[in-house]
Design a protein around this ligand. Sequence first.
Ligand code: GNR
Ligand code: NI
Length: 167
Amino acid sequence: MALLNILNYPDKRLHKIAKPVEAVNDRIRRLVSDMAETMYAAPGVGLAATQVDVHERVIVIDVSETHDELQAFINPEILWSSDEKKLSEEGCLSVPGIYDDVERAEKVRVRALNEKGETFELDCEGLLAVCIQHEMDHLMGRVFVEYLSSLKQTRIKSKMKKLAHAM
Ligand code: GNR
Ligand code: NI
């Protein structure tokens, strides 16, 4: 078990596009376990491999109140998204202290591999639906602040740079 370093926006590496996992092996299982530990410690409800500078299609999510329902999504694909959209407030471990509204599909159906390499499908709504779309954006090199106005993005970048200098 190991805590991984989370990249902070506006780090260029957050814009890298993740490659599909070729085989769900012990290296991937260790990555899932280290990402889960990092997510719970942060604390956060989701984490994409991109955020820990690993550019492979791996996500961990736990939206349960009891923090005991870890779900790994390897090579996730969105099979279907509802036409109904919903605005909700998002935050990101790579953009600490920033929360703003983003519009997402209200419901999505996802197909992925689990830690055993088995395919599963899951219907998602509520926070899980928001989170999976947020994490899949990370795998495509997209951070939620990119949905905000360019004025807000400029302000967020300057705030993050000041924060980095203070550390
Ligand atoms: O911990 C997180 N909370 C959250 C809240 C609303 C919408 C999305 C998220 S994901 C975020 C963790 C994170 O940055 N994942 O990439
Ligand atoms: Ni995020």
